[in-house]
Design a protein around this ligand. Structure first.
Ligand code: NAD
Length: 478
């Protein structure tokens, strides 16, 4: 059975703890590999390595730092098939999606490398004679990156790409559900001879290794992607040292379908968004508000499309559209929310059960009609292939319902009327809005949530600058 140690200072280092975490295939339950259940001492060693590397790393011209990102991208591209299988095996997404994730990760490193010659400060007009005011963008120093399991490989790039090109070094803690892809990433770093200490990876559990990272006074920023509950814990741990936090948290994306929409196009997009990665995506359409005039047509067509969806072991013989849920607790949460919706008066149109397949936790593609705004299924993140539908009377009601949520990451609206789309854009309070389509976001955009969906954001210029610290200099001529 392969065992992968932590990657610290450019080499694989055994943990100070003998405890291990077992990584299992969610489709079969088979053991894939083990990684250390790291101790706070292991995290301290990784932080020490990142600290020793940071000053020299920051002194390099950005274009030289970018060379590492380009080398990583090139090495990833040489290993797409292998990496995609690793991701599918431990996370359960279909191979085609895993291939897209790997290719996107390589492109993302290249994209962040392109910023090397574009990082800009500012020169400001002074109120004083003979003075120049300069605003520099400095690295923050040490970044702690804490990752979820749903796009585990891409999230490495989303943290490390902007961190490294701006002169920071990083300690990454992958999810304990998906450590294998991160271990393979470390092997690629070793193969290309990445400078020691610039990227360190410590495996382990959230409450121990994750907490040690978030509560370290040496970390300049914790960049976290995961659930709202964990985000809140990380903020509390970081608060002790007033450490900056960048939080990409959960979502409950509303999809608004107006009466004038292209219903077939809306059904296709919403269904695809609902089943991709088994519905385990932060910006999937998690609740549908459909105009009463087209509610039955939309519901029938969505139920037909959902019920034709194929699912099963993504590495099995038959082609599938989605795989298992990540684990039993994910399955229980999905099922409990579906059952509570039915108990609260929703109509089960299709699905609503665990699928009778060997091995993993597969949930049937599910459509629930007659949902109401006060139901748990409309208020809480489901993270499964389940589409609850609420009928609405007009745009005002749809916008009010959409905004009435703890979450504020992604939203979408389907309409042919430009005024309707514009009004939605102006009044909907979300970090992201898609008109006549669903996810995914672009790397040059800015993926950010309002309310409990997060603080700060990722991607593009604004995401890059999250990893910098301003320094303002007042230069008075003598
Ligand atoms: P999670 O919050 O359970 O775990 C995420 C990471 O946090 C893991 O590495 C875990 O070990 C660590 N962790 C747990 N407790 C910790 C603690 N006390 N201190 C420090 N670290 C701790 O989330 P998950 O189940 O891996 O991912 C699913 C969630 O992520 C969903 O809510 C989803 O919406 C969200 N997500 C958001 C985005 C986004 O861009 N906004 C992207 C992907 C996933």
């Amino acid at each position: 059975m392969p065992h992968f140690d932590n990657f610290i200072n450019g080499t694989f280092v055994p943990s100070s703890s003998s405890a291990v975490i077992e990584n299992r295939n969610p489709a079969t339950g088979e053991l894939i590999c083990t990684v250390p259940d790291s101790s706070p001492e292991d995290v301290a060693a990784a932080i020490g390595s990142a600290a020793s590397a940071q000053k020299d790393w920051a002194k390099l011209p950005a274009i030289q730092r970018a060379r590492l990102l380009r080398d990583i991208a090139a090495r990833i591209r040489r290993n797409v098939e292998d990496l995609a299988r690793v991701i599918t095996e431990e996370q359960g997404k279909v191979l085609d999606l895993a291939r897209v994730e790997v290719a996107f990760t390589a492109d993302y490193f290249d994209y962040m490398a392109e910023w090397a010659r574009r990082i800009e400060g500012e020169i400001l007009e002074s109120d004083r004679r003979g003075e120049t005011i300069l605003l520099f963008r400095q690295p923050i120093g040490l970044i702690g990156g804490i990752l979820p399991w749903n796009f585990p490989f891409f999230l490495i790039a989303r943290k490390a790409g902007p961190a490294l090109v701006t002169g920071n070094t990083i300690v990454i803690k992958p999810s304990e559900e998906t450590p294998h892809n991160a271990a393979r990433f470390c092997q690629l770093l070793a193969e290309i001879g990445a400078p020691p200490g610039v990227i360190n990876v410590v495996h382990g559990r959230g409450a121990t290794a994750g907490h040690a990272l978030a509560s370290s006074p040496k970390i300049g920023m914790i960049s976290f992607t995961g659930s709202v509950e964990t985000g809140s814990r990380i903020m509390a741990a970081a608060a002790v040292n007033i450490t900056k936090v960048n939080l990409e948290l959960g979502g409950k994306a509303p999809a608004i379908v107006m009466a004038d929409a292209d219903i077939d196009a809306a059904v296709t997009a919403i269904k695809a968004s609902r089943v991709i990665n088994s519905g385990q995506v932060c910006n999937c359409a998690e609740r549908v508000y459909v105009h009463r005039r087209v509610a039955s047509e939309f519901t029938e067509k969505l139920a037909a499309a959902m019920s034709q969806t194929r699912f099963g072991n993504p590495l099995g013989a038959a082609p599938v559209d989605y795989g298992p849920l990540i684990n039993e607790s994910g399955f229980r949460k999905v099922d409990a929310l579906v059952q509570s919706a039915v108990a609260q008066g929703a109509t089960l149109v299709t699905g609503g059960k665990r699928a009778p397949l060997e091995g993993g936790f597969y949930y049937q593609p599910t459509v629930l009609a007659d949902c109401r705004q006060d139901m748990d299924i409309i208020r809480r993140e489901v993270f499964g292939p389940v589409s609850p539908i609420v009928a609405i009377d007009d745009l005002d009601q749809a916008i009010a319902f959409a905004n009435d949520s703890d979450y504020g990451l992604t939203s979408s609206i389907y309409t042919r009327d430009l005024n309707t789309a514009l009004r939605a854009c102006q009044e909907i309070r979300f970090g992201e809005t898609y008109i006549n389509r669903e996810n995914f976001e672009a790397m040059q955009g800015f993926h950010a949530g309002v309310r409990k969906s997060g603080i700060g954001g990722a991607d593009g210029k604004h995401g890059l600058y999250e990893f910098t610290q301003t320094h303002i200099v007042y230069l008075q001529r003598a």
